[in-house]
Design a binder for this molecule. Structure first.
Ligand SMILES: *Cc1c(COP(=O)(O)O)cnc(C)c1O
Length: 457
């Protein structure tokens, strides 16, 4: 098919919506390392995990061999309210950049939560409901996950308690109101409501919080409240599984036109959108059927892949969660209060960590002001006002397209546009007023936390 025949937007038909999620781990020769019990250092058993997570989600979490999990009809019906999401050919951006590169992006911001997080929120809420639970607890950083989960819980009639990182709670009061509109309760974290919150506040008075702190609080409440479980919006294998719907839809759409991307780019916080976007393509690479370049983009202020260590670490600051082997900055790392929002997590998905460690994926870090410059450029050219998180991927996609302009290569680039930035206007304001700073932790700051990693052999 001639290139110009590819439409600006490709919307799959409802009937083309994937019927199963794809479990990338099934095709990995080097499986991600198992979660460990922090007391015994033995792999976590399903019985231990099911005190914290729903049973079906534990099954998905621990399954490294089943390649496909059927998407229950109820979840597919919910997906139909906002999926399939469009695959956009960025003709305007290509034109503006005067690049021979062909740029595509998969846009996940077309729902009220404003991000891809709803793909996993509805799945996790569905399994909680099916197990007969009363409600769920969770953390939220920038607020997208909390919003997505509130929407899913409202739809299914589940109670939803959200612990929101304090800096975001203060920066984004409207996010909090959206969650309350969907019936969730929202508490700034660290709070005085939990033992772990009180302990963190005593040790770090005046802290603006972190995802690691909020996770500890949400887990404490879930495990001490009858009929509640904890749910997490990123990092875990189950979340990557649900987010595979992004990559599967992208691949179905591209295959229609016989288009094969050369480079696939995504921002990486805990790794769920990136893991989901790349999964079917990475599956082909792992099976030796095709080759792609994969690039994870993280903020210079929270550089887990590029400056962290591949080691077992706690998933939370309060050290109540299991240990995961991942690229980590140390569970005590509290990033500077900046605007990378949903990318401010100290660790990274153990699946993506293993792939990166094995040289199957690249990673790069970008500075905050460069990210906002790319975000604004993109908004003016393609119309969509991107989330700051998504703009990390935009920045690197533009850089790769400009490299093609230099070399004259007609590469095809696919990137994940994970969401919209309407709730991030305080950050945009700082950027416009020249008040935004670029912060990178020093080696000393990073090492100070890495020396405290748990000793596991
Ligand atoms: C949460 C979020 C991210 C980062 O999370 P991942 O799990 O790494 O995907 C990126 N973009 C948006 C819009 C988000 O809400």
């Amino acid at each position: 098919m001639s290139d110009k025949n590819i439409p600006y937007k490709t919307y799959l038909d409802e009937t083309e919506l994937p019927k199963a999620w794809y479990n990338l781990r099934a095709d990995m020769k080097q499986k991600p390392a198992p979660l460990l019990n922090p007391g015994t250092l033995e792999p976590m058993k399903a019985e231990e995990l099911s005190g914290v997570f729903c049973e079906e989600l534990v099954r998905q979490e621990l399954d490294d061999t089943t390649p496909y999990f059927e998407i229950p009809q109820e979840i597919r019906d919910f997906y139909k309210m906002y999926r399939p999401s469009p695959l956009v050919r960025a003709y305007c951006l290509e034109e503006k950049l005067q690049t021979p590169a062909k740029i595509y992006y998969k846009f996940e911001g077309n729902n009220t939560s404003g991000s891809h997080k709803l793909n996993s929120a509805i799945a996790q809420a569905y399994y909680a409901k099916k197990q007969g639970l009363k409600g769920v607890t969770t953390e939220t950083g920038a607020g997208q996950w909390g919003t997505a989960l509130s929407m899913a819980c409202a739809y299914l009639g589940l109670d939803c308690k959200v612990y929101m990182v304090k800096v975001s709670y203060e920066q984004k009061p409207f996010r909090r109101e959206v969650m309350r509109t969907y019936g969730a309760s929202v508490t700034p974290s660290p709070s005085m409501e939990t033992a772990v919150g009180r302990k963190i506040l005593a040790e770090h008075p005046g802290t603006t919080g972190s995802l690691g702190c909020a996770i500890s609080e949400a887990v404490e409440v879930a495990t001490s409240t009858e009929g509640y479980r904890y749910v997490l919006g990123s990092v875990l294998n189950q979340v990557l599984l649900h987010q595979s719907v992004i990559g599967l839809e992208s691949k179905i759409a591209l295959d229609k036109y016989g288009v094969k991307p050369d480079i696939i780019i995504g921002c990486a916080g805990g790794g769920s959108n990136l893991g989901g976007l790349i999964s079917p393509f990475m599956g082909e690479k792992l099976r030796g059927e095709a080759d792609y370049r994969f690039i994870a983009v993280e903020p210079a202020s929270c550089p887990s892949f590029t400056r962290g260590k591949f080691a077992y670490d706690f998933c939370d600051t309060g050290m109540v969660c299991p240990l995961a082997k991942m690229y980590t900055l140390g569970s005590g790392f509290i990033p500077a209060p900046n605007h990378a929002g949903g990318l401010r997590y100290h660790g990274m998905s153990s699946t993506l960590s293993q792939l990166y460690h094995d040289g199957l994926m690249e990673a790069t870090s970008v500075k905050q002001t460069d990210v906002f410059q790319a975000a604004e450029y993109f908004a003016r050219v393609e119309g969509i006002l991107p989330a700051p998180e998504s703009a990390h991927a935009i920045k690197v996609a533009i850089d790769e397209a400009l490299a093609c302009k230099e070399s004259g290569e007609e590469k095809t680039i696919l990137f994940g546009l994970t969401g919209t930035g309407y709730f991030d206007m305080v950050a945009y304001e700082k950027f416009h007023d020249g008040k935004m700073t670029d912060y990178s932790p020093t080696d000393e700051e990073i090492n100070a936390n890495l020396v405290k990693l748990p000793k596991v052999n």
